[in-house]
Design a binder for this molecule. Sequence first.
Ligand SMILES: O=C(O)CCC(=O)C(=O)O
Ligand SMILES: [Fe+2]
Length: 378
Amino acid sequence: MAKTLTEQAQQESLHPKFIRDEDERPKVAYNDFSVEIPVISLAGIDEPGALRDEVCRKIVAACEDWGIFQVIDHGVDAKLITEMICLARGFFDLPPEEKLRYDMSGGKKGGFIVSSHLQGETVQDWREIVTYFSYPMRARDYSRWPEKPEGWRAVTEGYSEQLMNLACKLLEVLSEAMGLEKDALSKACVDMDQKVVVNFYPKCPQPDLTLGLKRHTDPGTITLLLQDQVGGLQATRDGGQTWITVQPIEGAFVVNLGDHGHYLSNGRFKNADHQAVVNSNCSRLSIATFQNPSPDATVYPLKIRYGDKPILEEPITYSEMYKRKMGNDLEHARLKKLAKDHTQKTQAELAEDEVKNINTKLLPVNVKISKGMEEILA
Ligand SMILES: O=C(O)CCC(=O)C(=O)O
Ligand SMILES: [Fe+2]
């Protein structure tokens, strides 16, 4: 039995555990690129004036519309970006034993995992990841940061710092647009967390039957994604009926808001619904930097526009929000499976109805999530 997915990429057919139901399979090719997602130059964002106002207007419009956009001229050092991609690729090229030295399937915080080693998911994603927790600084556990390839630690530290700055800058723009102090969204995160997840999607024998990463919204405040030139990131804004593939742009970051950002803005800013598809030609790499609130930060709208209702019934902590989200996702998968398994039409319909209900609200369900999963399914 192959220990990593990279080893399974050579096989001719897909193991059944990766095969998705038809309604979840890719609808658009990994390289059928769309230009619908705005590409915004951040040049001028640091100087007050008409140019800055224009940049901010574009960012706000993109957050109200899709909740996802790309940024260029963002000020993150180009050399650092190249090194980061190069080292990340280097990590996945290491022999399985070397990667598995950092195996986090036992619930360790940070390291390497093959998605198919996760418990609790009914169908597995076609991806491997290496992840590290970079902020707050006091939570850094360097024993979980890979020692190879050489230079990993210095480069990833520099990358984390520059991405934290970029994320805070974007949150300032959104705070101002909400009519709040510049630091309102960052402050609502209390002691902002940062987690970097490097996704590696090996080439796949039957990409039409599976997903690299299933459809989801990110739970946190804002995510910055660096992707290589292969393509595979897709977004939907009609609940998964139609999808677009985001055009890769060298050196750009794809920015998307997560559930926390969505709740704080009382739904004004969208939490982009997205997924990653894979292909049979080549492997793909993406590096997601998640900016999240502290676990005990309060989740509740910071501003409710006149005439609007709050989208949350009451303030909850971020860890509670996350638990409910995970519980809902698992419950959703369970009910879907139930609907599929039932041969009696009426029963299947009942369960499908329940699926629809669950999709529309955040239920306080109590489903046990295995430790390893909790750390990864961000
Ligand atoms: O690899 C991608 O394009 C998407 C990654 C992603 O959505 C995530 O890591 O949450
Ligand atoms: Fe994501």
